[in-house]
Design a protein around this ligand. Structure first.
Ligand code: AMP
Ligand code: ZN
Length: 473
C-alpha cells in the first residue's frame, strides 16, 4: 500500500517514507486536562487515529506518543492569560491534581468510545519536569535563552529558521506587532520556557529548578517528552491547525536549537470542526462534548462516521441536522451490512473475487492518498450495494476496511435495530388499521388485514403488550 501525506512544512502532498525502515515514530499533541474534550478536539484525535491505522495497515510498526498537559497551559498560546488548570481549580474549588486526573479519565473514556486507539505512551507533563529542565539547560548553554523578570525566555532571534512552518514574515510581525503585555520580552514572539515570577504568585504546581521555584511553559513539554520517547528526530508530528503559528512553531525552535538537527519529517495538521456560528471553543462556556451527543441519542460511532465523511484538511461544520444525516447514513449502512451477514452464511468462497479485490484496492488507494476517508466511505457503500460481489467476499473486505475506519462495521448487534425498525410504512399502516379494527370489535376486518400483512411477508403476534410485527425469514 502506497501512502502519501500532506506535509504542512512543504504545503504539499509527499510520498511517506519513514526515517527508519518499517518503523514510524509519531507524536500527537494531547489534551489539556482542565475540562472535557469538546467534539472539535475529538475530531482531531479521530483523524490522527485514521492516520495511525492507515500506517499500520500499510505494514509499518507505529510508535504513537501523546502528551497530557496537566500543567502550564495558559488560556492564550502566546504566554498571556491565566493558567487553565488553576482557573478551573478556582472555578470548581477542586485541587488541580484531582482536576487533571478526572479529566484525563474522561478523555480516555471518550476516545475509547470513539474507537480511537490508545497511544503507546501517554505522558503527563507533571511527570517529566526533569526532562524539561534538562532541555532548557541545553538551550541556555547554547545561548538561546535569557532571564527577564524572573522568567526564562527563548530568544527567537537566535534561531534563524524561526517561523518556517507557519511561513511567518518576521519583519512584518516586528513592525506590526500588537502591544505585548509582557514587557520582559526582547522580541514579542519570544516565549517562556520556565516561569518563576509571573502573574500567578500562588501557583500550586511548582518545582525547584536552576532558575528558582516555578513551572514550565507549555511548548517545552512537547519538545522534551517527544524527544524522550521518540528520539531527537522522528517521523510525524500532528495536531490541529491552530497549533501551526505558535505552539508548533515554538516547539520546532526550541527542539532544533537544542539538537542542531531537523526535528520532525512530516507535519500533519487537521482542520477545525466549527459550528454554524464559527469556532468551537472551551472558553466560551457552553460547549459540545461526546456525552452531550450521547444524551441526545447519538452513538459515538455516529460521530466517528460524521467525521469520516469530511476530509481531515477541510473544515467541517457541525449542526444537529448534519449529525442526524450521519446517524441515518450509518444506520442504513449497518442495515445493508446485516443483510450481507445473513447472505454470507449461505455463501461459500475460497479466493477473493476480482471484483472484491478491486474494491479493496480502491479503498486503500483513497486512504493512502492523504487519508481520503470520505472517498473510502463511499467505496464501502458501493461495495455493499454491488450485487456482483459475493456476500462472504463483502464481509472480508468490510473487515479489512474497518481496520482503518474503526466503525465496527462487522459487529452486528441485534439491539442496534429493534424488530419494528425494518417494517415498511405501508405494513405499519395496515397493522395500525388492524389494531383499530380489533378495538372496534370488527374481527372480520382484523383477520382480513392479518392475511394481507402475512402475504406481504410479515408475521403478527398479539401479546399482552400489543402486536409485534416481524419479517418472515
Ligand atoms: P487542546 O486541548 O485545546 O490543546 O486541543 C487538543 C487538540 O484539539 C489540539 O490538537 C487542537 O489543535 C485540537 N482542536 C482544538 N479545537 C479544535 C476544533 N474546533 N476542531 C478540531 N480540532 C481542534
Ligand atoms: Zn504540543
Amino acid at each position: 500500500m502506497k501512502i502519501s501525506l500532506h506535509n504542512t512544512m512543504s504545503r504539499s502532498i509527499e510520498p511517506f517514507e519513514p526515517l527508519t525502515n518499517g518503523l514510524v515514530r509519531m507524536y500527537c499533541c494531547g489534551p489539556t486536562v482542565y475540562n472535557f474534550a469538546h467534539i472539535g478536539n475529538l475530531r482531531t484525535y479521530i483523524f490522527e487515529d485514521v492516520l495511525r491505522r492507515t500506517l499500520e495497515y500499510g505494514g509499518f510498526s507505529v510508535k504513537h506518543v501523546m502528551n497530557v498537559t496537566d500543567v502550564g497551559h495558559l488560556t492564550d498560546d502566546g504566554d498571556d492569560g491565566e493558567d487553565k488548570m488553576v482557573k478551573s481549580s478556582k472555578e470548581t474549588g477542586r485541587d488541580v491534581y484531582e482536576i487533571a486526573r478526572m479529566y484525563t479519565d474522561a478523555f480516555f473514556s471518550d476516545t475509547d468510545a470513539l474507537h480511537i486507539l490508545r497511544p503507546h505512551v501517554a505522558c503527563r507533563a507533571t511527570q517529566h519536569i526533569e526532562d524539561m529542565i534538562a532541555l532548557i539547560k541545553r538551550l541556555e548553554e547554547k545561548g538561546h535563552t535569557y532571564v527577564s523578570g524572573g522568567n526564562v525566555y527563548f530568544s527567537i532571534d537566535t534561531f534563524s529558521r524561526y517561523g518556517e512552518l507557519a511561513k511567518l514574515n518576521l519583519e512584518d510581525l516586528q513592525s506590526g506587532a500588537r502591544i505585548d503585555v509582557d514587557a520582559n520580552k526582547k522580541n514579542p514572539k519570544d516565549f517562556v520556557l520556565w516561569f518563576t515570577k509571573s502573574k500567578f504568585e500562588n501557583q500550586v504546581m511548582v518545582w525547584d529548578s536552576p532558575w528558582g521555584k516555578g513551572y514550565p511553559g507549555w511548548h517545552v513539554e512537547c519538545s522534551a517528552m517527544s524527544m524522550k520517547y521518540l528520539g531527537e528526530s522522528f517521523d510525524i508530528h500532528c495536531g490541529g491547525i491552530d497549533h501551526i503559528p505558535v505552539h508548533h512553531t515554538n516547539e520546532i525552535a526550541q527542539s532544533e536549537a537544542a539538537t542542531g538537527k531537523r526535528w520532525v519529517k512530516y507535519w500533519v495538521h487537521g482542520e477545525f470542526l466549527i459550528n454554524e456560528t464559527g469556532k468551537m471553543s472551551k472558553s466560551k462556556g457552553e460547549f459540545l462534548t461526546l456525552t452531550v451527543l450521547q444524551k441526545k441519542g447519538y452513538d459515538p460511532m455516529d460521530y466517528r462516521y460524521f467525521c469520516l465523511g469530511g476530509h481531515y484538511r477541510s473544515q467541517l461544520v457541525f449542526s444537529w441536522k448534519s449529525m442526524d444525516s450521519a446517524k441515518n447514513g450509518r444506520k442504513n449502512l449497518m442495515k445493508l451490512i446485516r443483510g450481507v451477514h445473513q447472505d454470507a452464511t449461505k455463501a461459500i468462497h475460497s479466493d477473493l473475487s476480482d471484483s472484491a479485490q478491486k474494491y479493496l484496492d480502491t479503498f486503500f488507494g483513497h486512504l493512502g492518498n492523504d487519508l481520503n476517508a470520505p472517498r473510502g466511505l463511499a467505496t464501502v457503500w458501493n461495495l455493499v450495494k454491488d450485487n456482483s460481489v459475493p456476500a462472504s467476499d463483502k464481509l472480508f473486505c468490510l473487515g479489512e476496511m474497518d481496520k482503518i475506519l474503526g466503525l465496527g462495521l462487522t459487529v452486528i448487534e441485534e439491539s442496534e435495530e429493534p424488530s419494528t425498525g425494518e417494517i415498511p410504512e405501508n405494513i405499519r399502516a395496515l397493522v395500525d388499521e388492524r389494531i383499530e379494527a380489533k378495538s372496534n370489535k370488527n374481527y372480520h376486518r382484523a383477520d382480513e388485514l392479518r392475511a394481507i400483512v402475512e402475504e406481504a411477508g410479515y408475521k403478527l403476534t398479539d401479546t399482552p403488550d400489543g402486536t409485534v410485527v416481524s419479517k418472515i425469514v
